[in-house]
Design a protein around this ligand. Structure first.
Ligand code: DC
Length: 222
């Protein structure tokens, strides 16, 4: 059986992980897996059902109903509904960290993420990919950038997608998510001990892609 390769890209909200992971996956011909989209889709479903995302028991009770599919073109389907756009709205962003802190929901989604990595070469982005989901990933990248730079990027992205938002709301959202994602008890946001950290604050997208591709090439050669 051919040995599959996994590349883990972790880091805080809006550090540019998905842009880089998508581009690197494309260059390598690997499957890109956006695990944040899975937590977002779950959150969307909780809100759609009128459940308060702060209510762990009621959110966890929805696990059997939630079926998330990530399509190669980036489309996200949640229990039969196309949620690709809706999961980027601030009402989802502002409570996704609560949903992502519930161990039972994490375990359900992690099972699916590991199953995907067993079928294909993957570039997977998230918070706990290198530390928890795929601890044996061949390459682990931890991307960071300042809060202001990350908020600026997310604001620009939303404006381009015509998603209503204010810069101040995004700064507050990014700060609050950093706090919750890093302080949760189960699989918090943190670099794996063998991860390579890249600070992208003053780098262009092309520079980051090149840095990651160079790391992959040198690792594969050795
Ligand atoms: O990467 P993102 O902003 O789309 O992620 C949405 C939220 O999901 C984020 O606040 C943290 C959570 N998340 C997580 O806890 N673990 C992952 N592997 C991916 C995302």
């Amino acid at each position: 059986m051919k040995k599959l390769v996994s590349i883990a890209i972790d880091g805080p909200a809006a550090a540019g992980k998905s842009t880089i992971a998508k581009a690197v996956a494309k260059r390598l011909g690997y499957t890109y897996i956006d695990t944040g989209a899975m937590y977002r889709a779950f959150t969307y479903y909780v809100l759609k059902k009128g459940v308060d995302p702060r209510n762990e028991e009621a959110s966890v009770a929805l696990i059997p109903e939630v079926k998330i599919t990530l399509h190669p073109d980036g489309t996200v389907i949640c229990s039969g509904e196309d949620v690709t756009r809706a999961i980027r709205e601030i009402r989802v962003s502002s409570c996704v960290s609560y949903i992502a802190s519930y161990p039972k929901i994490r375990l359900a989604l992690v099972d699916e993420q590991r199953a995907m990595a067993k079928c294909d070469n993957v570039v997977m982005d998230g918070r706990d990919i290198g530390t928890y989901v795929l601890p044996d990933a061949l390459i682990k990248i931890f991307m960071v950038a300042s809060v202001e730079e990350r908020a600026k990027r997310r604001y620009k992205e939303n404006v381009e997608k015509h998603i209503a938002c204010s810069y101040e709301d995004i700064v507050n959202d990014v700060r609050e998510r950093d706090r919750i994602d890093s302080s949760r008890a189960f699989a918090p946001l943190k670099p794996a001990s063998d991860a390579i950290e890249i600070d992208t604050s003053n780098m262009t997208i092309e520079e980051v892609i090149k840095t990651v591709m160079d790391i992959i090439e040198s690792k594969v050669k050795n």
